[in-house]
Design a protein around this ligand. Sequence first.
Ligand code: UD1
Length: 418
Amino acid sequence: MNVIAVEGGRTLQGELTVQSAKNSVLPILAATILCGDTCVIENCPRLEDVDASGAILRHLGCRVQWQGEDLIVDSAPLCRGEIPDEMMRRMRSSVIFLGAILARCGRAELSYPGGCELGPRPIDLHLSALRMLGAQVEESGGRLCCSGGKLRGAEIVLGLPSVGATENAILAACGVGGTTVITNAAREPEIVDLQNFLCKMGAEVRGAGTSTVTVEGGRPLHGCRHRCIGDRIAAATYLCAAAATGGDICLRGVDYRHLSTVTTALCQAGCRVSSGEQWIHLTSGGALRGICPVRTSPYPGFPTDAQAVLMAALLRSSGTTVFVENMFQNRYRHVAELARLGADIRLEGPVAVLYGVKRLRGAPVRCTDLRGGAALVLAGLQADGVTEVGEIHHIKRGYGDLPGDLRRLGAAVREIKK
Ligand code: UD1
């Protein structure tokens, strides 16, 4: 079992190019099956979740191979429309294949993704969107069977701006004739990236990034090359790491506009941030201070995926910060682990109150989920002595090389065998 060993006390400095966004790459890999042709995902990050998507694509019959840093998917030989239970469990966001398989095969069978580390992860909005397109959805024994005898473009109104449901609806709508209009769509930048990819394939999708997305379905699609946008959550992780260690870093390959709520919070805490096309520079103010309440919400609000790393950045701040987690029920599981290092955070339902402490002390801790795991590494960077972070498979789901990236910025972080 490997652990990440973090020796605290170093200041982060230097430049780093951020990986492509996990949350763009995953739906785009699902989208490759729509065209029955070859797609090249340039500079694809090496993530566990990308491997899990690759395994699903191969199971469906696609050819998937790495060529250097590019991932090539040929979906011409696709011959199956079902995903086995163990592949669904390996990655909760595998449900994104539902709309794409339905569009390509007219029928999709997969298992219910169930709950995950963040709490229950319902897919009712995904299913109701597909039903509005005319799909018949049957659920039995944890398996979901979607058949689309009479699929046609339709008006889809989402009860919540769910990222996954918006993506599933867009993917399914590309494969059916007629116009689909999705109202109350999620507005995340990764949905804009998916739209750009689909348009390169020949699809007609517009409006992504706003609450109304329109798809003119049934267009003939072909293969294409695509480089996904920079990962705003990985960027938030490194900015928070630099902020917490009195650092000075410049991140490249990421759109600063996608991070405005995160950089605003860090400026309130005392950092200075400047930015331009595809770069962000942060200089930490040294000792940070507590900030106004941080409430997670759909984009363009503060991202739930950055809640844990911002919390980690503020552990030694002066004063108090209140967090309100509005997106997922179990998103404070890192708090108990942070307490092992000496953090003072009180939980009450969706609210966490952080009281800054003077010192953190290294201790053995365990990742509870992907971003919570990154938060533990960030806490270790500020702690006296060594922090060993276990269960690092969570971190590998979403960061290509978190220890390596932090080392490039001057931190003493290593993955070691235990
Ligand atoms: C995506 C991101 C994830 C991020 C989340 C919220 C990917 C691969 N994952 O996840 O990193 O944390 O957005 O920004 O892009 N909901 C329902 N019914 C549904 C679907 C969702 O009630 O059918 C609820 C969820 O429980 C949650 C909220 O809607 O409370 C938002 O979830 P959603 O936007 O769907 O998140 P994901 O797409 O799963």
